[in-house]
Design a protein around this ligand. Structure first.
Ligand code: BTN
Length: 255
């Protein structure tokens, strides 16, 4: 059951808070189809029961410990072949937000996971709605592990800010910082600074120019070196002297 608490007010920002929700992403997508919320409207909960992850996976988040946020934007100025910019921009926003609270090594794992010391601290799920060659609406779903101390067995490589820093964080303050970081990078996108977004993304990309192991869709484990990312989002990996490109369904970077 949904329980809305409108008294929570985020410094005039367009953030709608729910005490519990199945998925902020599903809610935001439903909202767009019904009554088109304002640009940068965010749906927030700390208690998400059916969190959605990439490629149909679940996103598990301990009730009351973490931030689950989905932001609605209308990037009509982007063509459908520019979708990856939204992924890069969102990853940079979450990257900068995490950086503000830790001195540890923060990286973006292609396409848009955020790692600290090679452990996953945040995940991003992007749902674009296309109309012809244009992107009419986008929901950027962000799950960040903030105060969770114990993770399920199926998440052996997860970490939270609190586990990292040895203290608890105020979730409301974290939401404000995260949202402000999102606004900053979204502004970079709307003002057309695509090259800056692409080069910043590459600067913080996990495994760039390093030999790593990867798992292919057929479960084969293979070694290679990430050499970059194409504008369409395909990862460029050098394997046995040849450059190959992969999409998210075809290859996973192993940790
Ligand atoms: C992933 O790494 O697989 C992406 C996880 C994205 C999780 C967030 S939490 C807020 C939003 N609501 C959802 O149901 N999923 C995203």
């Amino acid at each position: 059951m949904l329980e809305v608490n409108f008294s929570e007010f985020f410094k005039g920002k367009n953030i709608i808070y729910f005490k519990t929700l199945d998925s902020t992403q599903s809610y935001a997508l439903e909202l767009i189809s019904k009554n088109k919320p304002n640009d940068k409207t965010a749906i927030l909960t700390y208690n998400q029961s059916k969190g959605r992850g990439q490629l149909g996976a679940k996103w598990l988040s301990e009730p009351g410990e973490n931030v689950c946020l989905s932001v609605v934007v209308y990037p009509k100025y982007l063509n459908s072949d520019q979708q990856f910019l939204l992924s890069q921009m969102s990853a940079l926003a979450v990257f900068k937000f995490i950086k503000e609270f830790t001195q540890a090594d923060v990286k973006i794992k292609w396409p848009n996971d955020i790692l600290v010391n090679e452990q996953k601290i945040a995940g991003i799920l992007i749902n674009n709605t296309l109309q012809g060659a244009k992107i009419t609406s986008t929901v950027v779903g962000i799950g960040v592990n903030i105060n969770q101390s114990v993770f399920a067995d199926e998440l052996p490589n997860a970490i939270s800010l609190s586990a990292l820093e040895g203290r608890k964080f105020d979730l409301k303050e974290m939401v404000i910082s995260l949202y402000e970081s999102f606004e900053l990078f979204y502004e970079m996108l709307t003002s057309g600074n695509h090259q800056q977004i692409q080069s910043m993304y590459l600067n913080h990309l996990f495994g760039l120019n390093k030999r790593r192991s990867f798992t292919l869709a057929n479960s084969t484990v293979i070694e290679g070196v990430i050499r970059g990312v194409q504008q369409d989002g395909r990862l460029i990996v050098e394997m046995s002297g040849a450059f190959k490109t992969f999409d998210i369904r075809e290859l996973k970077t192993n940790l």
